[in-house]
Write a protein that binds this ligand. Sequence first.
Ligand code: GDP
Length: 451
Amino acid sequence: MTDTIAAISTTIGVGAISIIRVSGKDSIKIVNKIFEGKDLEKVDSHTIHYGNIKEKNEIIDEVLVTVMKSPKTFTTEDIVEINCHGGISTTNKVLEIVLNNGARLAEPGEFTKRAFLNGRIDLTQAESVMDLISSKSESKRKVAINGLNGYVGNIIRDLRQEILELLASIEVNIDYPEYDDAIVMTNDIIKPKIIEIKRKLSKIINESENGKILTTGIKTIIIGKPNVGKSSILNRLLDEEKAIVTDIEGTTRDTVEGSITINGVALNIIDTAGIRETEDVVEKLGVEKSLKLILEADLVILVLNNNEELSEEDEKILEACKEKKTIVVINKNDLERKINIEKIQYKNIIYTNTVDLGGIDSLKEKITELFNLNELEHEDYMYLSNVRQISLAKEANYILEEVEIGIENQVPVDMIEIDIKRAWEKLGEIIGETYDEELIDQLFSQFCLGK
Ligand code: GDP
């Protein structure tokens, strides 16, 4: 990591200005070789200088050059940023000259990776950089900036500190049992501490899952046999004719996507082919895809026909959704009730129709209730912001659950300690305190070039 890297940090295209960023121990020396105007090796840190970029004796562009010396820079290394005129040819030419003079083209995300590896930011902050760049909504931006400011990392660090203190007291007991003034760490003393840590961690996980909903929306699938009214419900929700509504069974062969906003949260809806036994290959693909989509969805809207008895297929679908957050919609409630409702063992059941005005309002109300959408807006946007972070927090929580069970079963303290330490390490992975190199490479490779 001692080489000097360079990349174009602005979007490539026509624009007033482009920025070429150079980072590494030789960055000032390299740019100084091609810059005419001032000796950059003699200027103060965090200053900006006017001059020309030259190749041999030819002036390539008139530029402003910012010099930022280690360690107070984004990567903690010496950084030089060349502000040149925008446009593809000038920008590329300036970069080319920088590279010809000793810098290497940076990999995607390499500046941020260096900031992380040099201890300038933790992993949650690094991920927030990417989130901030890609954020398309105000709520996503708020979550990203809180992450970048390190609030999320601090929450995790505080929790780790609590666990560490607990580990330290256990270890004193194990290593120096003769110490009179150390409190003897029995399972009875450890248990309430573990319960308290678990409570805090669960709160973080819950809030983060709500936060995820705020930023990425609720992935929703509408599923049910053909002809029960899925497309009609979708259309009523979307208020536009995206899916073809027809009386012939099985016309909605693939997924139709659309998005509506309920209380500021995006409901990303995917319509599916009806589930049924079928010989039609195209349709079969749709059916298999539907089952897969159930697994991936945050919310399943399972539609049944009020006017028909439950069929074998209906029961199959009911079975397939039982582990999911599901709303069972008994549609066509304008028609006579023939459905054997007593067979449906679901908590969230609503009756709707797509004929009356306002017929599906109850569906929107149920979604609001199920995801607490009325209260979400008052949150403070401090969440674990992605699946990687949330799943590590869940793993840590799961380990703590095992610890609690172990304590109840009188497992010896030194065994309990091993698991507590595992939970501490899992939380460390969230902020990158412990990390796997491959994972880090993979994570940063998703960044854009020049960041
Ligand atoms: P899908 O195959 O599940 O997507 O069902 P469609 O939305 O294509 O609807 C099938 C048929 O049922 C169409 O003729 C709709 O007009 C009709 N339909 C949909 N919803 C209702 C409803 O609430 N009441 C009545 N009576 N008919 C409905």
